[in-house]
Design a protein around this ligand. Structure first.
Ligand SMILES: Cc1cc2nc3c(=O)[nH]c(=O)nc-3n(C[C@H](O)[C@H](O)[C@H](O)COP(=O)(O)OP(=O)(O)OC[C@H]3O[C@@H](n4cnc5c(N)ncnc54)[C@H](O)[C@@H]3O)c2cc1C
Length: 456
């Protein structure tokens, strides 16, 4: 059996970032990645499904030096975002948060970004084993190598420290952590894939030159039913865009109180449309007057997972602490850091991985829960607060909010929520709600499983 200092399950941004740091700090490190075939990568690699947008301040949270990125990773530099309600649209040209990057953000080629992180991990001396599925982990806290990682091919790897970076499906994270929870409690009570995730679907489509906006992200809020359900367009290279949506898992038409209020539902619908049908309807409404959607917005079949489309769960829950005294850290999507509210997760996945990798390598993993809260806690609370406020929004609420945002921006250039500017009663109410939510999360805690709930 192979023995290592640090075994990492999953080789996405969280896992590879953990590996870079662990290996850099001298730990004997292995990443175990099951491997996913994609049309846009030769050979197997991590899953890499992503709309792949990065906002200016996320770059600092990720601790990324953009100048180090190889050519072809950044696809478009961005100058703003359009939020499109059923009747009212607002445009933001600043996130309102200080950052070292001077544009609004960028879109990137996710598979290339992942592969670059993988190369960096290998350059530091980590092993990245792809095509290796982890079946489970048995932990014996009295042993020197406390964690035995069982691979699908029958091999075992023994590790002093274990970093779980298996993304939002958490097939390894849940049973591994359950070893450290009392009685019948399970991480699945709060983090089961169907409960704690949304489904995300996207298509890579070529967009006619004259309507392709290469420097703007677009989100349509209040167009389809469901909490945190929205389509988007992210511009990529060569007039190609990732056009996708996020929606709750398992929702039915019967769950929708006012189906007539949603522009992407039609009177004849007997069930909620499938993801691809939602996209077709959106494109039809926005561009169908002038274009034949199938002909003029063709699928780009050599991108994505297969045939120009891809589906993957996206974590849409609150984070959990790790059982650090057992030498285990959970990171990224597995830990619940991603925000389906705005698709953001690459930055916090990479940063949480980085922290876990370094702390494991220097025998200080017991500090992980405190350290991640210090470094990425504010970002997580910001996103949780937004998601909480808009949870029960109906289409009208989105229009009202975007109207308020327009008034606010007329007063105060750009910053939407973080500042104290006056924007009439509506604006003050929004700012007040946001601050109240944030304070409540800070005071009452926002993790779903605390460190002291583990029996270690
Ligand atoms: C459609 C979509 C759009 C998104 N858009 C954005 C965006 O614009 N900006 C942004 O910042 N974030 C975005 N996200 C979120 C972002 O992709 C995630 O937050 C990020 O990928 C989480 O990284 P991770 O390393 O934790 O997990 P993942 O990237 O999910 O990686 C987990 C890895 O573990 C592997 N694995 C799983 N189980 C096993 C096993 N048993 N054995 C071995 N390996 C295993 C998987 O194959 C996978 O490669 C988007 C997500 C989706 C789905």
């Amino acid at each position: 059996m192979e023995h290592v200092d640090v075994a990492i399950v999953g080789g996405g941004p969280a896992g590879t970032s953990a590996a870079i740091e662990a290996a850099y700090h001298g730990a004997d490190t292995v990443v175990l990645e099951k491997g996913v075939p994609r049309a846009d990568r030769e050979g197997l690699g991590p899953d890499s499904t992503d709309a792949a947008g990065m906002l200016d301040y996320w770059i600092d949270i990720m601790d990324l030096d953009v100048s180090e990125l190889p050519e072809g990773v950044v696809l478009q530099e961005l100058d703003g975002v359009d939020f499109i309600g059923p009747a009212t649209t607002t445009h933001m040209s600043s996130t309102g948060i200080d950052s070292s990057y001077d544009r609004f953000g960028f879109t990137f080629q996710r598979a290339r970004m992942d592969d670059w992180l993988r190369e960096r991990a290998e350059d530091e001396g980590a092993q990245y084993r792809v095509g290796v599925s982890v079946r489970g982990v048995d932990s014996d806290l009295d042993a020197e190598y406390r964690h035995t990682v069982h691979l699908a091919d029958g091999e075992d790897v023994a590790a002093r420290y274990l970093i779980l970076s298996d993304g939002p499906q958490r097939t390894v994270t849940i049973p591994t952590l359950d070893q450290f929870l009392p009685g019948d409690r399970s991480v699945a009570d709060v983090m089961a894939s169907t409960k704690a995730n949304h489904i995300a679907y996207q298509e890579h489509r070529r967009v006619p030159e004259e309507v392709f906006e290469e420097n703007v992200l677009k989100f349509w809020w209040g167009w389809m039913p469901g909490e945190t359900a929205y389509p988007w367009i992210f511009p990529n290279d060569g007039n190609i865009a990732r056009i996708g949506l996020t929606m709750p898992i398992g929702m039915t038409l019967e769950d929708v109180e006012h189906p007539e209020a949603f522009r992407l539902l039609e009177p004849g619908d007997e069930s909620l449309p499938r993801a691809g049908e939602y996209i077709r309807r959106l494109l039809e409404i926005e561009y169908g007057d002038e274009y034949d959607i199938e002909e003029d917005f063709p699928l780009v079949e050599d991108r994505g997972k297969s045939g120009g489309t891809e589906t993957y769960p996206i974590s849409s829950t609150r984070p959990i602490d790790s059982p650090v005294e057992a030498g285990v850290a959970v990171t990224g999507g597995a830990m619940g850091t991603t925000s389906a509210f705005h698709e953001g997760g690459y930055h916090v996945a990479a940063r949480s991985g980085k922290l876990a990798g370094r702390l494991a390598a220097v025998d200080s993993l017991h500090r992980y829960n405190d350290v991640w809260k210090n470094i990425i806690g504010e970002e997580l609370v910001r996103n949780l607060s937004f998601a909480d406020i808009v949870k029960s929004y109906e289409p009208d609420d989105w229009d009202r909010t975007f109207g308020i945002a327009n008034d606010l921006m007329a007063d105060a250039a750009s910053e939407l929520i973080e500042t104290n500017f006056s924007g009439g009663i509506g604006g003050l109410k929004l700012v007040y709600q946001y601050k109240k939510r944030k304070r409540s999360f800070m005071k009452n805690g926002y993790v779903q499983i605390r460190e002291d709930e583990y029996t270690v």
